[in-house]
Design a protein around this ligand. Sequence first.
Ligand code: ATP
Length: 241
Amino acid sequence: MTALALELSGVRASYGKVEVLRGLSLGVPEGCVVALLGANGAGKTTTLRAISGTMPIAQGSIKLHGRRIDGRSASRIARGGIALIPEGRGIFPTLSVRDNIEIAIRCSVEGGASPSSRREGFDRIVATFPRLGERLAQSAGTLSGGEQQMLALARALVARPKVLMMDEISMGLAPIVVEQLFETVRTLKEQGTTILLVEQYLTHALRLADICYVLAKGEVIFVGEPAELRDPETVSTYLGV
Ligand code: ATP
């Protein structure tokens, strides 16, 4: 059996008095893509926030490669190898594409090493995202929505994360752009990246994922292979769509 990169057991978390994660348990095996699905307000974003340390948990545990990370600061969790691409991207819009990538490299552990390793990191990113390579001098804010999302992905990958978490990367993008973006995510999967994905675009999520979790009211109500969620009746039962 593949080892779990990430493991949540009985996680509970609240915003004030409102409990939004109610004993959530899930596992992300190494090298797999796991899709986190569910209706609006189910707790998907909160789950990613709990893992990344920006939302404290009240109960349960979160482990990265078997080591507890809950209770650690968000920056320590990021250094430990969990990257989160939040909804809304998180890039520097007034800086060039090159500067956005170089800053990410300089801030990564690897970047502290030597100019040649920085160069290598830069070339690796440009090879994975040739579209960005063609636009290095352009300011990031003038990139198309899809390209900005690619830049956010590129920045997250600089640190070679153990787990890459993505929160609705297709949000607000045209279908053709979403298609291209998911092609990039597929390449990352083929390179062996472990991915936890929150996604509204069901078709893409199901095509890419190895395992799907469906959340409702902060609890897992379904876990299984994507094929089990292709049947329209099952989809309507679990996702209400
Ligand atoms: P969506 O698909 O709409 O983004 P989601 O599954 O990601 O939904 P969450 O964003 O995790 O859902 O929200 C879970 C619940 O927590 C929702 O009922 C939401 O209103 C509530 N919530 C989220 N953020 C806060 C906050 N900062 N303060 C209070 N309640 C919040």
